[in-house]
Design a protein around this ligand. Sequence first.
Ligand SMILES: Cc1cn([C@H]2C[C@H](O)[C@@H](COP(=O)(O)OP(=O)(O)O[C@H]3O[C@H](C)C(=O)[C@H](O)[C@H]3O)O2)c(=O)[nH]c1=O
Length: 151
Amino acid sequence: MGTEIISGVYFTPLAPIVTTGGSVMHAIKGLDQDLQQFGECYFSTADSKSPKAWKKHSQMVCNLFVPYGAVKFVFFDDRENSETYGKVVDFTLSRQNYGRLVINPGIWFGFSAISESESVILNIANIKHEPSESIRLDPYDLTIPYKWNFD
Ligand SMILES: Cc1cn([C@H]2C[C@H](O)[C@@H](COP(=O)(O)OP(=O)(O)O[C@H]3O[C@H](C)C(=O)[C@H](O)[C@H]3O)O2)c(=O)[nH]c1=O
């Protein structure tokens, strides 16, 4: 399951296999507790210092990896019955902090590349993309107590 970042979000570090000429970075080997079925996988890109936010899934479990670049993810928990209710937490995935970030449904999240150039995110999800299973807010919506700042 990994280390809890905020309730429902877990990080498991994975060690890249570094060889002459390049590296091998594993993502997922078979289905497990955090990916009980396979829906789809896709790459999403993040521009430098430009937030993609906010989103909350009701069904999708995201398994995220950043094989290229560095991406800061920000989470906000607005579930009143949650142990981390009201908390805002950020966590960065990168080549230097490579691993699997599991985001269960129910938590608000957004992200931005903090690398100088574009970053790449791999999402291996339990369901196929379905617009009606997520809700969205503008990156600067005041409902979420977080200000994107790239100074
Ligand atoms: C994923 C997907 C998206 N779209 C459309 C919907 C939007 O009009 C546009 C951008 O999608 P979205 O805003 O969801 O992209 P990201 O902000 O990169 O987020 C996606 O990738 C990150 C890493 C997540 O973890 C999210 O769960 C996932 O939604 O592509 C489709 O038409 N089909 C698809 O399969």
